[in-house]
Write a protein that binds this ligand. Structure first.
Ligand code: KG4
Ligand code: ZN
Length: 343
C-alpha cells in the first residue's frame, strides 16, 4: 500500500511517499524559516501562503524521486491538527481534493501522533509499549505509547514548551529565530559551573514541566553582567544544562513509574546533543534504551505523517474507507482524544 503524506501544520511543507512493503520511498521538505526569521517568529498568514506555493511542486518532486505515478497512490495522509489553522487548511484541502479525484481514502493525522511514531522509521526501532518524550517548539509532553492510537499523557508543560524556551532564550542572547540549534552551538564554548540556573519543577513529584521562569532567570542574569561572547556562551550552557537535567530526570521517572525500558525522543529539541548524551548515559545505567529518530525526522516532516497514515490503515484492515468529500482541521486537538484505528 502506497501512502502520500502531506505536512503543513506550521512553517515546513513536508511531503513523503511511504510504502507498507518497501518502506519510505522518498520525502521532500521546504522550510520557511528564512522567511519568518526576519519577523522573529512564524507569521501565520505568510506561512499559509507559502504552503500554497510549495505543496504541489513538492508532491511532483516526491513522486519523481520515488519513480511513482499519481494513480499508484492508495491513500493520502494529511496533518489535520494541531497547528496554524490556515496552514493546516492548505494540506487538508490538497489531500482531500486528491483523494476525491483519485477515488482513494484520505486520513486526517494528528501531528503529534506523527512525531510519536517517527522513531519507528529508524533502525533499530522501539517495540510497543514505550515512553515518548515529545519536545518541540509547541509541545513538551511525556506520553505512554501502548499501540497505534493508544496514548496516555503522563505529564506536560504548564507554560512554555522546551523549544519555545530555547527560542526565547536564544533571542535574549541575540541569536535570531529559531534559536535552539544556535544556542546549543554557543553552549559548546561555555564554561561549566560559572552560572547555575534553577531546575523548575524538578522535585514537583509529578511529570509536569515549567520553562517560562528559566527565560526570566536568564534575563535577570543578562541584566546583571557585562555581556561578552564568553559570558553569552556561559549563560547558554547554564540554560541548556538546566533544561536538559529536568527533561532527563522526568523521563527517567516516567520509565521507572511505568516499569517500561524504552524511551523515544521526538520533536525538534530531540536534535540537541547534550540532551541526547545525558539521556542515553543516564538511561543505560537504569537498564533502559533511548531511541532517537534520524535528525531529519526529529523536526517537522512529511514522512512521519505518511507513516502514521500507513500504520492506521494497516491497523484497521476490515474498515471500508471511502474517498473524502469534506474535511475539517483542528488547530487545537488533544492527542488522548484520538480515535483508535478501526473506529
Ligand atoms: O518539532 P519542531 O521542528 O517543530 C514544532 O513542531 O515545533 O521543533 C522546532 C523546535 C524549535 O523551537 C527549535 O529551536 C528547536 O526545536 N530545536 C532545538 C535544536 N534544534 C531545533 N532546540 C535545542 N537544541 C537543538 N539542537
Ligand atoms: Zn512538530
Amino acid at each position: 500500500m502506497l501512502v502520500l503524506g502531506i505536512e503543513t501544520s506550521c512553517d515546513e511543507t513536508g511531503i513523503a511517499l511511504f510504502d507498507t512493503k518497501r518502506g519510505l520511498l522518498s520525502h521532500t521538505l521546504y522550510s520557511q524559516i528564512e522567511m519568518h526569521s526576519e519577523y522573529g517568529g512564524v507569521v501565520p498568514e505568510l506561512a499559509s501562503r507559502d504552503h500554497i506555493r510549495r505543496v504541489l511542486p513538492l508532491i511532483k518532486e516526491t513522486l519523481l524521486a520515488a519513480k511513482c505515478e499519481l494513480h499508484e497512490i492508495n491513500a493520502i495522509a494529511y496533518t489535520q491538527g494541531p497547528g496554524l489553522a490556515g496552514a493546516l487548511l492548505v494540506g487538508a484541502s490538497i489531500g482531500v481534493a486528491l483523494s476525491f479525484a483519485l477515488k482513494i481514502p484520505a486520513l486526517g493525522i494528528h501531528h503529534l501522533e506523527g512525531h510519536l511514531l517517527s522513531p519507528l522509521l529508524s533502525t533499530p526501532a522501539p517495540n510497543f509499549p514505550f515512553i515518548a518524550l515529545l519536545v518541540s517548539g509547541g509541545h513538551t509532553q511525556l506520553m505512554q505509547v501502548d499501540a497505534v492510537g493508544h496514548y496516555k499523557l503522563l505529564g506536560e508543560t504548564v507554560d512554555d514548551a522546551a523549544g519555545e524556551a530555547f527560542d526565547k532564550t536564544a533571542k535574549l542572547l541575540g541569536l535570531g529565530y529559531p534559536g535552539g540549534a544556535a544556542l546549543s552551538k554557543l553552549a559548546r564554548q561555555g564554561q561549566a559551573g560559572r552560572f547555575k540556573l534553577p531546575r523548575p519543577m524538578l522535585n514537583s513529584g509529578d511529570l509536569n514541566f515549567s520553562f517560562s521562569g528559566l527565560k526570566t532567570a536568564v534575563l535577570t542574569l543578562i541584566n546583571k553582567q557585562e555581556i561578552t561572547q564568553q559570558t553569552s556562551a556561559d549563560i547558554a550552557l547554564a540554560f541548556q544544562e538546566a533544561i536538559v537535567e529536568v527533561l532527563t530526570e522526568k523521563s527517567l521517572t516516567a520509565l521507572s513509574r511505568t516499569g517500561l525500558t524504552q524511551l523515544v525522543v521526538a520533536g525538534g529539541v530531540g536534535a540537541n546533543d547534550q540532551l541526547r548524551q545525558n539521556l542515553s548515559s543516564k538511561a543505560s545505567t537504569k537498564g533502559a534504551t533511548v531511541f532517537y529518530p534520524e535528525l531529519e525526522f526529529c523536526t517537522d516532516n512529511g514522512a512521519m505523517i505518511a507513516f502514521a497514515g500507513a500504520m492506521r490503515l494497516q491497523a484497521s484492515p476490515d474498515k471500508t474507507w471511502s474517498p473524502a468529500s469534506s474535511f475539517t482541521v483542528n488547530a487545537r486537538w488533544n492527542l488522548e482524544m484520538l480515535e483508535e484505528p478501526g473506529n
